[in-house]
Design a protein around this ligand. Structure first.
Ligand code: MOS
Length: 707
């Protein structure tokens, strides 16, 4: 192997996207299409006493008004993550109860979008209101259960730090807070549902899991999987928020069935902030104890987050903690409260991201306490074993990430004293943090077709949410067949294609490219050829039309022998203009180990995207819920601040390590989420170095720098 793998290859979908040829969910044009606009609750808790739909039903262009009183039958799916999964266990409009502000309470369908919106906004609703619980400060916390029902409490060794048996020259204990964040994808949540007849529906909806969405909608409408077709060739940003149907999607498909016309529902930016998920706020207590050598003797990590009344999602902050550093004593605990807000959910590195803000900040505090360089402190606590799974890590090059990153950044020049570096009248700080994310793999199936004109197609239901899946699939096929990458056409995002698995948990490349490899090898076997050139020659000779093969690949026993994670280290420079509390990120180096890099361009891009999103989290992104209305105080892309180009320095990305062939035949792990992990801690650590101020609450806004 290796004609093209690891090179820098342009996106296969790049041209379609920049020329507007790429069609997103709501852009599908179907004749007779009508428009639905959501009616959402203006109260955060209570019930609907009366809803007057009659006057709006008579408005021009209005076709139908749906509320809890006339909702068609929707069936309850298994919601087990295998056969189906919905984001909100309560089905839309299932009763008159209100659980959060912005909850969907109706849908108005009209001939135009404007008429539907106008009518939706004029519906009169009388509520019986109750005081909502939207504050984490007064909320009641209980023990949290994981998203797969797992116990989130874990102890090994001595339980209580401070036990006489735990030797400690230094102990750090602190509380870290992360803010509510919204996914804010460029493409809003939107879909078109088209029932061709009473039992068959085509749904044009962006989804990170095409087959999962197909199975879920089939269960929701009690039809067979084959009677649902999901079309999702492009996604304008998912980040965990477009993996399963949300209530608006379910409602759109249900309403389209009743009105017997293709129906489009686009969720407004304001509505999206309330009812299509977000990352929960977290409060985490970390205690670290260490010997004077820096060797950790104990780690304790307690995390608090919240969920909504209509589903359970506990941001799994402590999951990464036993993975990072060797320690004989460890204690993990998670607590959860129920608030009257929309359901928080998966968002890029759910758990690992806020978890590593806390742990990597605490490691920095410990480094200062012990006067040990923070890179050195991490090297001294390197673990070869996953301490919870009790398995050795496969192809772990974390030490190399730290060392290479430090070298590329020039870390050895750092003076370990706060406020010791200045440039142009501004304070300069250097910070670093570790990054890690578990390597996941489920499985996938792909079909490969060789055509006599020396081209090949790869077909699978998987999708590309902007990550580069089209391109790495083409690269894999090009490599296996010995063809130029331009000769490979990749078709994705259609449920009639073989099951390509899910784009979530940074697993698509590892799940799917081994299947593509297998399918390519199988197609050559079918042709009884060693390479594609030979196969084409035979094809032409025989006058045959095409050679085809379908193959799968999935995990085997490797998970019993090894633990799989991706690793990395971030290094950054900040400059602080103290008088006006202006903070700028001026330099960035990230060095990652993700197994084999298939496309250096899109892999680097994934890491950069993660870093940029992490910078947003560190410096500006945040939202809270209005204590009176319960509504999120941000409501569009102007009020929700995330980085623009001017906020971002050049981001130097490097990769180290070797293919992880224990993990899968391609040796690839994921790179979609690891980039964001550790970013906010690296920045907070640099801010401490620059200013001597330890900021433990995100985002690091100017007011916190002034205090
Ligand atoms: Mo991701 S948060 O698994 O899309």
């Amino acid at each position: 192997m290796s004609q093209i793998i690891g090179k820098s290859v342009n996106r296969k979908d790049g041209r379609a996207k920049v020329t507007g040829q790429a069609t997103y969910g709501a852009e599908h044009q179907i004749s007779g299409l009508v428009h639905g606009y959501l009616v959402t609750s203006t109260i955060a808790k209570g019930s609907i006493a009366n809803i007057d739909t009659q006057s709006v039903a008579a408005m021009p262009g209005v076709i139908e008004v749906f509320t809890h009183k006339n909702l068609p039958k929707i069936f309850t799916p298994s919601n087990d993550f295998i056969n189906s999964k919905i984001y909100e266990a309560r089905l839309p409009l299932s009763d008159n109860q209100i659980h959060y502000a912005g909850q969907i309470v109706g849908l108005v369908v009209a001939d135009t979008f404007e008429r539907a919106r106008d009518a939706a906004q004029q519906i009169k609703i009388e509520y019986e209101t109750q005081p909502p619980q939207v504050s984490t400060e007064t909320a009641k916390y209980d023990k949290a259960i994981g998203m797969f029902g797992e116990d989130m409490e874990y102890r090994a060794g001595e339980f209580e730090i401070g036990d006489a048996s735990i030797t400690a020259a230094a102990t750090v204990e602190a509380i870290y807070q992360t803010q509510v964040e919204i996914h804010a994808p460029m493409e809003p949540h939107a879909l078109v549902a088209h029932w061709e007849n009473e039992d068959s529906v085509t749904i044009y909806e962006p989804t990170q899991w095409v087959k999962g969405s197909q199975k879920t909608y089939a269960q929701l409408f009690d039809i067979s999987q084959e009677q649902v077709r999901i079309i999702s060739p492009y996604i304008g940003g998912g980040f965990g928020g477009k993996a399963f149907p949300w209530p608006h999607g379910i409602l759109c498909v249900a309403a389209a069935k009743v009105i017997k016309r293709p129906l489009k529902v686009v969720v407004s930016r304001r509505q999206m902030t309330a009812n299509t998920g977000h990352r929960s706020q977290t409060e985490q207590t970390i205690r670290l104890s260490a010997k004077d050598t820096g060797e950790l003797t104990a780690i304790e990590h307690l995390a608090k987050s919240y969920t909504s009344p209509v589903d359970v999602f506990a941001e799994p902050c402590t999951g990464i903690t036993p993975v990072m550093y060797a320690t004989p004593n460890i204690k993990l605990k998670q607590e959860i409260a129920v608030l009257n807000v929309g359901t928080p959910t998966f968002m890029r590195a759910p758990g690992e991201n806020p978890g590593l803000f806390a742990l990597e900040s605490a490691m920095d505090e410990l480094a200062w306490e012990l006067k040990i360089d923070p890179v050195e402190l991490r090297l001294r606590n390197e673990t070869k074993e996953h301490q919870r799974k009790k398995l050795p890590f496969s192809a772990k090059y974390f030490v190399e990430c730290l060392q290479t990153g430090a070298e590329r950044f020039g870390w050895s020049q750092r003076v370990m004293k706060p406020r010791s570096q200045q440039k142009e009248g501004r304070l300069v700080g250097w910070g670093m943090a570790s990054a890690s994310f578990p390597a996941l793999r489920t499985g996938g199936t792909a079909k490969v077709c060789l055509f006599p004109n020396e081209t090949a197609h790869v077909l699978t239901s998987a999708n590309d949410m902007g990550t580069g899946a089209y391109t790495v699939i083409a690269i894999t096929a090009a490599e296996a067949l010995g063809l130029p990458v331009e000769k490979i056409t990749v078709k994705l995002g259609d449920s009639i294609l073989p099951d390509g698995g899910m784009a979530g948990g940074s697993q698509m490349t590892a799940s799917l490219t081994p299947a593509v490899l297998n399918a390519c090898q199988k197609v050559l076997e079918t042709a009884q050829a060693k390479n594609a050139q030979e196969a084409f020659a035979k094809l032409r000779e025989s006058g045959g039309e095409v050679y085809e093969a379908t193959a799968s690949s999935g995990p085997g026993e490797e998970g019993k022998k090894f633990a799989f994670n991706s690793w990395g280290a971030h290094f950054c420079e900040v400059m602080v203009d103290e008088e006006i509390a202006r903070l700028r990120i001026t330099r960035w180096v990230s060095v990652m180990n993700i197994g084999r890099v298939l496309n250096s361009k899109t892999a680097s891009s994934q890491i950069r995207g993660g870093v940029i999103m992490g910078i947003g989290q560190a410096l500006m992104e945040g939202c809270h819920f209005d204590s009176n209305t319960g509504y999120p105080v941000v409501y569009d892309l102007a009020t929700y601040h995330f980085p623009s180009h001017a906020d971002i320095p050049h981001i130097d990305v490097g990769f180290v390590g070797e293919p992880d062939i224990n993990f899968n035949p391609m040796g690839v792990r994921g790179c979609g989420e690891i980039g964001i992990t550790g970013v906010s801690a690296a920045i907070a650590n640099a801010v401490y170095h620059a200013t001597g101020k330890r900021i433990r609450s995100l985002p690091i806004t100017p007011d916190k720098l002034l205090m």
